[in-house]
Design a protein around this ligand. Structure first.
Ligand code: NDP
Length: 483
């Protein structure tokens, strides 16, 4: 049977684009459909704009630090609109880069939504149908709001980059990557940030000491973090009914509550929102941001028509080779709800091409993936937390916490944490956790050693680079404790 293409990719994010290009380089005839902007979540409304906002927010503290180092420099104000304009130009540039990479790889691009019609057929929003020997679903995910009346009044990470103005106050719901990163970013840009997390400590699943230090640092820098707290009710603050409620607003909300007159000017998007929390506190915020997780984007994709199995969270169910229950259809990236990280999606795409177009069955490797949370300070992590490791085997914990030289000289109280979780039986480093400025950069390099199976003795054999923060990773002589 002949097909229009060897491969049809649905979704122009990091995973889909990489798979399309690499398959084409192997001689496959490839097409890719993207309904929105080329580049997907990472480039358009995720990692890239987020990191640029992280950079922007870091400058606020710098004048004070610079003064401590002898500079005659004044504090300044952040101006959102010029930044947003420049941000948008950069995203347009990157989108064009993605597009030209596909063009240069002879991948045919359809700027259209595509859905599955059957195991070999894709239907475009234009009405056209295309057939392919293989179909790759790489449609990613999207942020979800909790099931709460008026939840539409809150924004998500999709909207945060395109606000008409920076809010004066924001309430962030959630305690994961996105919630914590944006709490820090917005706080650094001068927004009054309140964060509700329903659990006992933010960043569930990460090493307890590391998340504890990040939480403390966030509070010290001004984030009004409430643990064990969630939102129970929200309404537009302009509602007449809420205007009355405003008069009884609880001052314990960290100053976030404002009078109605100020609110009507301040808001952007949906306007100020009145919120009631599980602890009974009430407040009004210019914006409420939900960072309550992301779901696979599979709705209306024709999965049922094609017979593709879908999991409980709406994810495309795949085997170790990213193949669905329909042999001609594969899926990679966030839509499979395995590990929601860009570099993982890219690797899944490469493994797919290796398997399907190079005759070399390859499973994407999901073991020991380093990652960083771009909070202030950052948290870089690879491997097992102390809590996970001690459930598996006896471990030694090497840990140090100190004030880094640069900040300490400027009188800042910020602390750094370096932690190694080491197997007592094999001396292998099972986990490495760093809380520090640039921890993301550090964990990338430490991750190589951990992935190679380095032992604590291997770390110790490496001479320190002095004076650096990361030299502590090779100079911790005695375990702090065993667990
Ligand atoms: P996460 O799953 O990391 O966090 C979701 C948070 O929302 C959790 O704290 C969760 O609480 C809370 N939550 C979920 N449902 C509700 C609810 N109904 N009410 C209140 N709180 C709720 O998702 P994110 O959206 O932060 O990020 C999605 C993924 O994107 C991450 O898992 C990560 O893989 C990726 N990402 C990676 C980044 C990086 O590498 N730096 C940056 C941003 C995103 P609980 O813990 O109790 O479940």
């Amino acid at each position: 049977m002949s097909f229009d293409y060897d491969l049809f990719v649905i979704g122009g994010g990091s995973g889909g684009v990489r798979a399309a290009r690499v398959a084409s380089a192997e001689g496959a005839k490839v097409a890719l459909a993207e309904e929105y902007r080329m580049g997907g979540t990472c480039v358009i409304r995720g990692c890239v704009p987020k990191k640029l906002m992280v950079f922007a927010s870091g400058y606020g503290e710098m004048p004070e630090e610079a003064r401590a180092y002898g500079w005659d420099i004044q504090d300044g104000d952040f101006d959102w609109l010029p930044f947003r304009t420049k941000l948008n130009s950069e995203l347009n540039r990157l989108e064009e880069v993605y597009r030209s990479l596909l063009n240069g790889s002879d991948v045919e691009i359809f700027d259209s939504r595509a859905t599955l019609a059957d195991p070999h057929t894709v239907k475009l929003a234009t009405g056209e149908t295309k057939t392919a020997k293989h179909i790759l679903i790489a449609t990613g995910g999207h942020p979800v709001r909790p099931d709460l009346p008026n939840a539409h009044l809150g924004i998500t990470s999709n909207e945060i980059f395109q606000l008409e103005s920076l809010p004066k106050s924001v309430l962030i719901i959630g305690g994961g990557y996105i919630a914590c990163e944006f709490a820090c970013i917005l706080n650094g840009l001068g927004v009054e940030v309140t964060q509700y997390y329903r659990g006992a400590q933010i960043l569930r699943g990460f090493d307890d000491e590391a998340r504890g230090l990040v939480a403390e640092a966030m509070r010290e820098k001004g984030v009004n973090l409430h643990l064990g707290t969630n939102i129970v009710e929200m309404r537009a603050a302009s509602d007449a009914e809420n205007a009355q409620i405003l008069t009884s607003t609880d001052p314990a909300m960290g100053g976030a509550a404002q009078d109605t007159a100020a609110l009507t000017e301040a808001g952007s998007g949906s306007g100020p929102v009145w919120v009631k929390a599980t602890n009974g506190q009430e407040g009004v915020y210019d914006q409420v941001m939900f960072a309550t997780g992301r779901s696979p984007s599979t709705s209306g994709l024709g999965l049922e028509e094609a017979g593709v199995a879908v999991g409980r969270r709406g994810e495309v169910v795949v085997d170790d080779y990213s193949q669905t229950n329909i042999p001609s259809i594969y899926a990679i990236g966030d839509v499979t709800n395995r590990v929601q990280l860009t570099p993982v999606a890219i690797r899944e795409g490469m493994a797919f091409v290796e398997t399907v177009f190079k005759g070399n069955p390859t499973k994407p490797d999901h073991e020991l993936i380093p990652s960083a949370i771009f909070t202030q300070p950052e948290l870089g992590t690879i491997g097992l937390s102390e809590e996970e490791a001690r459930e598996q085997e006896p471990v030694d914990i090497y840990c140090t916490s100190f004030r880094a030289m640069q900040g300490a000289f400027a009188g800042k109280s910020d602390r750094v944490l370096m932690k190694l979780v080491v197997s007592q039986a094999t001396d292998k480093v099972l986990g490495c956790h760093i809380v520090a400025d640039h921890a993301g950069e550090m964990i990338q390099l430490a991750g190589i050693a951990v992935k190679m199976g380095a032992t604590k003795a291997d770390f110790d054999r490496v001479c320190a680079v002095h004076p650096t923060i990361s030299e502590e990773l090779v100079t911790m002589k005695s375990p702090m404790r065993s667990a």
